[in-house]
Design a protein around this ligand. Structure first.
Ligand code: HPA
Length: 367
């Protein structure tokens, strides 16, 4: 409803001049009251009246008025400031999920979305239905593009079955809007996952699961650029973003409960959509500090830390980075490896969700 915003001052003035002492005044009052009850604020209502009035008094033909109105409302969404867009998306999700209050956001990367199918009592909302979520025309294969809210391991989770990537043409701020929306809805933990190429194939094999120890944003973009949102501080610190103090316990739990030999390593986000040039991989190798490369995650973690969320990151190594083996990376291979390793990946993520409260408190029982 707030998408009805976006009207200019002259329109409003016209409405209010006409309304003064006008017999129509009581109608405005009634409409005001009803729209208030529906959740619109004064400004939104005034702007909406303005646009309706402008079209009502115009000489346009009826269908031209309808067309013009539709365009106005679409344009209105574009003029919302970021926090309003988050609010609009949040209101919509809140209405769809009812009393559910997601505590944990799970972002599921390429081929890893199957975990969302295990969520019980689920409300599935396609991203395209959520106002103010980015609109992309080419959904990445293996990314369903659904928000799935429900219960997993007794916790209320919001799983993003697929994400928005910078290479799809969205801005960094747009790409993290879904995550920020869920943070505003009350989620305080962010378990982020991705598929990535190994920069050190001697250390990381295809199929390895890797806890992300640290990250490097090589995209040249940052979702925190622009007016600082009230979600967090202007200058957030990114050191220890992935909760490294908990990694020893998580690795022990994975080994003990799931017999998974969980690796640990660093992840760099590049812009994509191409797989890396040989020289880029060579450079990453030479730096010595990079273990895996992918096209997501770092910008999301920036937004999560800014919003005060706890972050844990898991990478599935799906390929050896370009130029380091005879095999040329391709998305089909990434998906196949992800699907093949889905059971291990899913059991690890379920373990993290199951222990989410302990992870949050920092005290993990090994018994
Ligand atoms: N490079 C970048 N992104 C990726 C890769 C890769 O090798 N594998 C999966 N996502």
């Amino acid at each position: 409803m707030a998408s009805l915003i976006g009207l200019t001052k002259p329109f409003l003035e016209a409405v209010y001049k006409k309304e003064n002492g006008d017999p129509l005044k009581w109608r405005y009052k009634c409409a005001f009251k009803i729209l208030h009850v529906l959740g619109l604020n004064d400004n939104e209502i005034k702007r909406m009246f303005g646009v309706l009035h402008a079209f009502a008094i115009s000489n346009l033909r009826p269908w031209e008025k309808v067309r013009g109105l539709a365009r106005e409302f679409i344009r209105a969404q574009e003029t919302l400031v970021e926090m309003e867009k988050i609010q609009v998306a949040m209101d919509y999700i809140q209405r769809r999920i009812g009393k559910r209050k997601p505590e944990i956001v799970l972002t599921l990367g390429s081929g890893l979305g199957g975990l969302a199918d295990q969520i019980e009592d689920a409300v599935i909302i396609p991203y395209d239905e959520i106002p103010c979520f980015p609109r992309v025309h080419d959904h990445v294969k293996g990314h369903k593009g659904n928000l799935v809210v429900g219960t997993l391991e007794g916790k209320t989770v919001a799983a993003m079955q697929g994400r928005f990537h910078l290479f799809q043409g969205v801005t960094a701020m747009e790409a993290v809007r879904p995550l920020r929306t869920l943070a505003v809805l009350g989620a305080t933990q962010f378990f982020v996952t991705n598929a990535a190429g190994a920069i050190k194939p001697e250390k990381f094999k295809v199929g390895d699961l890797m806890l992300i120890s640290d990250s490097y944003n090589m995209t040249g973009q940052n979702p925190l650029v622009g007016p600082n949102l009230s979600l967090g501080t202007r200058f957030p610190a990114m050191s220890k973003a992935f909760s490294p103090g908990l990694h020893m316990e998580i690795k022990l739990l994975a080994a003990k409960e799931l017999r998974i030999d969980l690796q640990e390593g660093t992840y760099v986000q590049v812009l994509g959509p191409n797989y890396e040039w040989d020289m880029e991989v060579e450079d990453m190798k030479r730096r010595g500090i990079i273990d895996a490369v992918g096209m997501s995650t770092a910008i999301e973690v920036l937004a999560a830390i800014h919003a005060g969320m706890q972050v844990i990151g898991v990478t599935l190594i799906t390929n050896v980075a370009a130029g380091l083996s005879d095999v040329t990376p391709e998305h089909g291979e990434v998906e196949d490896v992800a699907i093949k390793n889905a059971p291990r990946f899913q059991s690890l993520m379920r373990l993290l969700v199951c222990r989410a409260h302990e992870l949050k408190s920092g005290i993990i029982s090994m018994a």
